[in-house]
Design a protein around this ligand. Sequence first.
Ligand SMILES: *[C@@H]1O[C@H](CO)[C@@H](O)[C@H](O)[C@H]1NC(C)=O
Ligand SMILES: *[C@@H]1O[C@H](CO)[C@@H](O)[C@H](O)[C@H]1NC(C)=O
Length: 482
Amino acid sequence: MAQVPVQKYFLGFFIIFQVILGYHTALSADCQGLSSEVTCTCDDFGHCERGTVQVDPWLQNTLRTQMDVQLDVPFNHAQLLDAHNAYNTRPYGFLYGANDTCLWPPPYDPSLCIGIANQEFSLTDLLNMGIRGIELDNWFCEDEMRIAHLGTDIATLCNRRHVVFSEPVAEIGAWLDNHEGEFVRIYMNEKFDQGNDAEVNGPFERFLGDRVLTPANLKNDYNNEWPTLRTMREDGKSVVIAHIATAGTGDYYLHQGKFIHPGFWKDKKRNEFSNYPQCGGKNATNALRFYSDSTHYLLDNEYIDGPTRVGIIDDFSEFIKCGIQFPAGDQVHPQLMETAAYTWAKGEPATPITDSTSCIMLSGTDNRWYTPSDCNQELYYACQNVFDTEDWTLSVSVGSYDVNTQACPDGYRFALPQNGFQHQKMLEAIDGADVWLNVAPLLDDYQPPVLPTTAPTEGGAQKVTVVISVVVLAAASALFIL
Ligand SMILES: *[C@@H]1O[C@H](CO)[C@@H](O)[C@H](O)[C@H]1NC(C)=O
Ligand SMILES: *[C@@H]1O[C@H](CO)[C@@H](O)[C@H](O)[C@H]1NC(C)=O
């Protein structure tokens, strides 16, 4: 047998490699649609390759701050920016809309276009932009659990070229590996019980593992009450997975309840939302997710148009102001994410927040946060009612920045709004004044005060006495009536 010199092989590979590279570079220069509005490396279809979108660090830090202000809120009341059908995204290729022709935003021109993708950017990029709610539609077909839209029909909807379920789960796990202290909620939108529990639980176990706050954790470690984000962070829990009851049957598909919770929110179409103060029926106790729909496709010779049927979200600000837990956008991109920002002004914090001497000023002019160089200037303080988180007022006097100020009226304390809704209530109360905001909740060593929830009491003993007296009194009156 004649021997072929190694160099010859090497040269052959080298040429092939160069050809592929040249071909690829030529095509990847051409980014299409939303991918052309960001800086990234595009694939052959013209969409940003996974993890290549450059996201403004100011945006990332601002949205991170807006998670951190919620640290003392129970998980089921926390607000997470959400991506509707996050898995149905063009970087996954042709079956996920890489060849879509509808141009964002709608109304679509031409109206005979095809748009089967809900997202333009990969899960990694969506997470990098600040998305924390991820929806995964799992369908079992051709011997594997996969991610697919709308069904298991092998001819059209789910086949062996569809991405296996473990892939997006691994992607989320890898992102969390590199992003300490972040939170992700995964929404499993399973339409009927498909069994194959190991195909769902296996990837969760492998790629997310102990980071998941499981139904068993909720029961055994937290007494069936959702812990605050701060407690979750301390306990190393960063992922909550849930399925919400399927419309019609009211059934939950929890795959033995090993990782998946019965969901605690109600899903609504974007068209059912109304701006602040109506807020689409949001109140202090319920949890709502409003989802949009960008898809546009032929079904039985008719175009199904998501934007008119369901609505689109082209601005998050009203959802933020309303405290909607999960505003779920389609075609999520950095400019949309920026509409969710309500805290830091552009370029802020100019001075890093390090300790309790770091000061934050809310500007009454643009309603944004600043770190002024002079923490000794005299301003009012933002004061929150200790019994009612929606009730805000100005301090009775002005003063230089002081986390321990006693300038708030009786029953109020110097505070930091814990979400966009409280922030809005504060803005209405302070009426255009520049005020100090309490930096303490953003500091690593912060211990949240134990606040009374209904009436003032002097410690636990008295509370118990009150409860006992009420019970005794009630029993006595019952006897009297009888
Ligand atoms: C995508 O569309 C282009 C033309 O628009 C076509 O040439 C190409 O074959 C399509 N790709 C696939 C995988 O169908
Ligand atoms: C909040 O709205 C839900 C419906 O979403 C309703 O059932 C509940 O009674 C409301 N709660 C309050 C306190 O108004």
